[in-house]
Design a binder for this molecule. Structure first.
Ligand SMILES: O=P(O)(O)OC[C@@H](O)[C@@H](O)c1c[nH]c2ccccc12
Length: 261
């Protein structure tokens, strides 16, 4: 069993939900990446999604776009990130998921990428611009490297396709909550709960909701119908403003529930 499967098994046994923060590698300098990962684990992350900065982040809203620009200005490279993640593996025990668009992988070399992230102890990979029909260019290499390809579905994905996508993965299924880009939102569509219920029913693997989530109320509401959340833009913003106390509080949303019981 790999690290991702183990983590979800443990959460399940404890009837707990997953809080998965996203952070942009190289924002604040690559030198603080390991330190930030350690902090996120300490704050209760079930896993961490690490973003690779890219010049054309088509799925990202302003907060993550800006973080990506800052990281690129800091001369962050995919190679540099993988080197830091290998160091992180010595001190971080939770799963690490790398989120990158396909182009940086392609430039790096697909075989080299799969091998190097395996050696660095990366557990999963999110490639948002890789459609199901094209995944054969990298899925076999990732499978050989025992890195889970984390696939996404959105409210625009037909049910049949959700079933097909969910059936392929082993780590978790990423249910995108909006028809749009990343970034905090105050309101979600009324039929979001129905969408999450449907995804949950169709998916043999855990389902995490992500996009637009930034506060406790949203997290509690959404996790009634799924196994956890991914929070990106809010975490990126709190790191940038150095509001670590607020971050710890947000990330303890599930712990507080445990205390009441
Ligand atoms: O920032 P948000 O709205 O909280 O959304 C999560 C998100 O940041 C993270 O999972 C992510 C960042 N960039 C992405 C691109 C595609 C899919 C997912 C992502």
């Amino acid at each position: 069993m790999n690290r991702l499967e183990q983590s979800f098994k443990l959460l399940n046994e404890n009837n707990a939900k997953a809080f998965v923060p996203y952070m942009m590698a190289g924002d604040g300098g690559l030198a603080c990446l390991v330190e930030r990962l350690v902090l996120l684990e300490k704050f209760g992350a079930a896993a961490i999604e690490v973003g690779v900065p890219f010049s054309d982040p088509v799925a990202d809203g302003p907060t993550i776009q800006s973080a990506g620009i800052r990281a690129l200005e800091n001369r962050t490279t995919l190679k540099g990130i993988i080197t830091e993640l290998a160091k992180a593996r010595e001190v971080v025990t939770i799963p690490i998921i790398l989120m990158t668009y396909l182009n940086p992988i392609y430039a790096y070399g697909i075989d080299d990428f799969a091998r190097d992230i395996q050696i660095a102890g990366v557990d999963g990979c999110i490639i948002p611009d890789l459609p199901l029909e094209e995944e054969d260019i990298i899925a076999p290499q990732l499978a050989d490297a025992q890195v889970e390809l984390i696939r996404l579905v959105t409210p625009a994905t037909p049910l049949e396709r959700i079933k097909e996508i969910a059936g392929r993965g082993k780590g978790f299924l990423y249910a995108v909550t909006v028809k749009g880009i990343t970034g905090t939102r105050n309101l979600f569509d009324n039929d979001l709960n129905e969408f999450l219920k449907a995804v949950k029913m169709l998916s043999p693997i855990p389902v995490l909701a992500g996009f637009g989530i930034s506060n406790e109320d949203q997290i509690k509401e959404l996790t009634k119908n799924c196994d956890g959340v991914v929070v990106g833009s809010k975490i990126v913003e709190l790191f940038e403003k150095d509001k670590l106390f607020e971050m710890e509080k947000l990330m303890s949303v599930f712990k507080q529930e445990a205390k009441i019981v």
